[in-house]
Design a protein around this ligand. Structure first.
Ligand code: ZN
Length: 184
């Protein structure tokens, strides 16, 4: 169990389409170790989600947990801990919602991104069992952000207006952006 270095934008692994897991591979000791490393890395970084490519493993795995103790997201409600292998996303409501997104692989920056507000995700859990969840509002955006990492995309690619990209310390000086509209 070791926290790993988080790759930053510019590292080509973040731009690869990640490969799927075989079912027996999900249950393997190697994958258990990978998951432990990912949770340790996420906890140390203080984020709410992490995808395997962010620590250099180009495989379709992401973890997400909203902690009520997050300093970065003081108003976020706590969520279950999600472990997502081989996800398939379907859009249920194509109406868009916007949040100020950040990313552990794009440190220090935030950008405004609009995404569909209701989605369904079919995936395999850590026991290789098929699962399906419907997500809306903040969690819908969090999942879409994390799962984009599995197809080589970063939130900056989803920005309609690159002019909204800003440094966090500049954003802190502004009043108009509510804390509840921010994620990474
Ligand atoms: Zn990210």
């Amino acid at each position: 169990m070791t926290a790993q270095r988080i790759l930053k934008m510019g590292n080509p692994v973040l731009r690869q389409v990640a490969s799927k897991f075989e079912e027996d591979e999900i249950l393997s000791e190697d994958t258990k170790t990978l998951l432990e490393d990912m949770w340790d890395t996420l906890e140390l970084a203080g984020g709410i989600g992490l995808a395997a490519p962010q620590i250099g493993v180009s495989k379709q795995l992401a973890i997400i947990e909203l902690s009520s103790e997050s300093e970065r997201y003081p108003e976020a409600e706590a969520s279950d801990a999600f472990i997502i292998f081989n996800p398939q996303i379907s859009v249920i409501d194509n109406d868009l919602q916007g949040f100020w997104e950040g990313c552990l692989s794009v440190p220090g920056l935030r950008g405004y991104v609009e995404r569909p507000k209701k989605i369904k995700i079919d995936y395999l859990d850590e026991f290789a069992n098929q699962q399906s969840i419907v997500l809306e509002e903040f969690l819908a955006t969090v999942f879409q952000h994390e799962l984009d990492h599995l197809i080589g995309m970063l939130y900056v690619d989803r920005m309609e207006d690159v002019g909204t990209l800003m440094f966090e310390d500049e954003m802190d000086l502004l009043d108009e952006v509510g804390e509840d509209e921010i994620l990474d």
